[in-house]
Design a protein around this ligand. Structure first.
Ligand SMILES: Cc1cc2nc3c(=O)[nH]c(=O)nc-3n(C[C@H](O)[C@H](O)[C@H](O)COP(=O)(O)OP(=O)(O)OC[C@H]3O[C@@H](n4cnc5c(N)ncnc54)[C@H](O)[C@@H]3O)c2cc1C
Length: 387
């Protein structure tokens, strides 16, 4: 069987690309090859679901603006409700110099029509009464940000793409590609198929040392953990995602409890990041989290953690915290390296990669910022607002 495009990786990025390919060219013959038995079993199913346009570079803000627009009509487009709730994102800081930087970033965001604004302490306290604001100097808030269910986004794109004729091969581990042929192992047998274009959407397994498909991409897998609390009485229904920009402690409502993230805590250092499953959630995370979390959110003193519902997963980081969207070989396109923002940017990345794969002009103004060649050319553009 011969295809126009073969996509390796059935996470949110791979399936968004597939869906956008057949949106642009309905007759395109597209296949997605995924080694797991279902979609979204890599980092996608482990994400916190945050969606924000409060970034620091025009390139990332543009991806967010385009993506948020698509999430707003996701159910109509795909038939799947991804649970997108626009409760906003609130960034707070206790440091004057950080607030000055955040104010500059708000100017960039507003220039691209993001409704972000600066809040004083009284406004912050009004928005999130459970927050300790005593030592803060200010914050920023954007009402079009929010959160959703990452797995449902992946399923929505998968269903839409398959309904439009995209073929899926699950349990299919791709072992080599190039020269119009992709080889994969499925049910212990080697198979191959032909395609004009290949798209690499293999998340953190795209790192050059993953031993995966042999492409030299500067992707670093970094382990992150998310902790679920038990029920927290008295949570506001419209609680935004709250980020303490000084410590990276962040939380959002999940059911009757809170889902908490933080960049710190023990990890199993010896663990191979390219194994299928990430390490188990570690209690060391809760110990490291205790001081910043109890300080900013004192109600946690009376709330337990549900460690059996807490988890870990890998970001695919690049040196400048922008993803990679571009040609890495004659007929191989990469769409990888989206750090902690691959789910929120999946609609725009899907559209941008599909345009490239079909030889269209890009509809994105800042697409060059995602070029795979920027690393060798020394044209890095560092994203300052990451969590
Ligand atoms: C703890 C945590 C919190 C996060 N929070 C957020 C958040 O709030 N918002 C947000 O936007 N993002 C968040 N992210 C990041 C987000 O999860 C990723 O950016 C996104 O899921 C990347 O999608 P992907 O499709 O590129 O990768 P993946 O979902 O990892 O998919 C890659 C797929 O490729 C497959 N694959 C790999 N090699 C092969 C091969 N050789 N053959 C066949 N298949 C192969 C894998 O099995 C996998 O299914 C978070 C991530 C983590 C870990």
């Amino acid at each position: 069987m011969s295809y126009d495009v073969a996509i390796v990786g059935g996470g949110v990025i791979g399936w968004s690309i597939a869906s956008h390919l057949v949106d642009i060219r309905p007759e395109a013959r597209v296949v997605v090859l995924e080694r797991q038995p279902r979609c979204g079993m890599g980092s996608t199913g482990r994400a916190a679901g945050g969606v924000r346009a409060q970034f620091g570079t025009r390139a990332n803000v543009e991806l967010s603006v385009r993506s948020i627009r698509e999430f707003e009509s996701f159910q109509r487009l795909t038939g799947v409700d991804c649970g997108f709730r626009q409760c906003g994102y609130l960034f707070v800081t206790a440091e004057g110099s950080r607030l000055a930087q955040m104010l500059d970033l708000v100017a960039v965001q507003r220039d691209l029509d993001v409704p972000s604004r600066i809040l004083d302490l009284e406004q912050i306290q009004q928005l999130v009464p459970i927050l300790n604001v005593r030592d803060l100097v200010g914050g920023t808030f954007s009402s079009s940000d929010g959160f959703l269910d990452p797995f449902s986004v992946c399923v929505g794109y998968e269903r839409k793409a398959r309904a439009a004729g995209v073929h899926a091969e699950y349990g299919a581990e791709v072992t080599s590609l190039g020269g119009r042929v992709v080889e994969f192992c499925q049910n212990s047998q080697t198979h191959s198929l032909e395609a004009d274009v290949f798209v690499l959407a293999t998340g953190h397994w795209s790192a050059s040392n993953a031993g995966n498909l042999g492409y030299d991409l500067p992707i670093h897998p970094s382990l992150h953990q998310l902790a679920m609390t038990e029920r927290c009485p008295g949570l506001p229904g419209d609680l935004p995602m709250v980020v303490d920009a000084d410590t990276t402690f962040h939380f959002r409502r999940e059911g009757e409890g809170l889902l908490i993230g933080f960049d710190g805590g023990e990890v199993e250092a010896s663990r191979d990041p390219f194994e299928e499953d990430p390490p188990k959630f570690s209690d060391g995370f809760l110990e490291a989290l205790a001081i910043p979390a109890l300080h900013r959110l004192p109600l946690l003193e009376a709330v337990g953690f549900a460690t059996d519902r807490s988890w870990t997963g890998y970001y695919a980081d690049t040196p400048d915290k922008h993803g990679i969207i571009g040609w890495i070989d004659d007929c191989v396109l990469a769409a990888v390296g989206f750090g902690g923002h691959g789910v929120m940017h999946s609609p725009a990345v899907g559209a941008a990669a599909a345009e490239m794969a079909l030889g269209r002009n890009s509809s994105f103004s800042y697409i060059d910022c995602f070029s795979p060649h920027r690393f060798k050319e020394g044209k890095l553009n560092v994203e300052p607002l990451t969590i």
